[in-house]
Design a protein around this ligand. Structure first.
Ligand code: DAK
Length: 257
């Protein structure tokens, strides 16, 4: 695969995707998003990969969707420009995805980070939904995921009054998992990803599915769904291996089956 707007690397069982449009602060255009999804799909389909990390550079994770491309769009042109299905497809990747965020994480950039399963931030990260400043509102899940992540009160302030969060504030309000120095955040994200990638692969995928279900359904149906997924895991070799290894006091050897 050759890409122009992203870079990809493989670190043992972790697939790393780096947004690479630095002059435009990684503003997200259809080509960049298309390449991002193509790389994420390829890692999702690759049994040798257990977890994916999406990063920008130290100055910007992404400063949002490309405003210059959107500026004169009609509603129909927007459909074609922003490729709505590309935004939604990231949430369909079955393997765990970590966003490693430094610098600007704004608008569609923040929506992209929130569509991942966890966020690791550098201490220079700035999170915001500044769309109100250009006369619109978030359009890729920002109002919904932000309200679920930080609560209604703060989400209202961020979306209606362009309030940005520092990395520390984002940590305090539950938007990010951890904050590290700018020199170490990417390594730490890769370490966390390596930890996840070395767990039982099917259980990791199913655990992700079960937690995401919590945002889609009532408590009772979420618990019923979890129960079925729990039973399903007893059909895997990894469940037999994990429980046998516990009894034998040894490390399990996962097959992902
Ligand atoms: N789009 C296009 N270019 C951008 C950009 C963006 N979002 N952000 C930065 N750039 C470009 C700048 O134009 C500049 O390019 P040149 O003028 O040099 O050619 C270059 O990146 C460097 O930016 P600055 O010179 O502005 O750098 P500063 O350090 O002074 O300021 C900044 C950094 C991040 C504060 C500033 O660039 C800024 O305010 N950027 C815009 C932030 C923003 O408003 N983001 C929200 C965009 S709207 C949807 C899906 C997604 C979306 C909507 C719908 N659907 C599925 C329906 C998402 C919408 C958005 O994200």
């Amino acid at each position: 695969m050759t890409f122009q707007m992203i870079l990809t690397e493989i670190h043992e069982r972790v697939g790393l995707i780096r947004l690479n449009r630095p002059k435009e602060l990684n503003a997200l255009n259809p080509q960049l998003l298309g390449e991002l999804l193509e790389a994420a799909d390829a890692f999702d389909a690759n049994d040798a990969i257990g977890c994916v990390v999406i990063a920008g550079n130290d100055k910007a994770f992404a400063a949002g969707a490309d405003i210059k491309q959107m500026a004169k769009a009609s509603p129909v042109a927007m459909l074609e420009l922003v490729y709505i299905d590309l935004w939604d497809r990231l949430a369909e990747i079955r393997k765990p995805i970590i966003a490693a965020v430094s610098g600007y994480c704004l608008g569609g950039g923040n929506e992209l980070a929130m569509a991942c399963d966890m966020i690791i931030a550098s201490d220079t990260a700035k999170f915001g939904q500044p769309e109100i400043g250009i006369g619109v509102i978030p359009g890729a899940g920002g109002t919904q995921r932000l309200a679920r992540a930080v609560g209604k009160a703060l989400a209202m302030e961020m979306v209606l009054n362009n309030r940005w969060l520092s990395a520390e504030e984002a940590l305090q309000h539950g938007l990010v998992n951890h904050v590290y120095t700018v020199d170490s955040y990417l390594d730490e994200a890769l370490k966390l990803a390596a930890g996840i990638a070395n767990q039982a692969p099917v259980a990791a995928r199913i655990g992700k599915e079960a937690i995401n279900m919590a945002f889609e359904t009532s408590l009772a149906s979420g618990i019923a769904h979890e129960r079925k997924l729990f039973y399903l895991l007893f059909a895997t070799q990894d469940q037999k291996e994990g429980m046998a290894a516990f009894k034998d006091k040894r490390e399990p050897k996962w097959q992902g089956k």
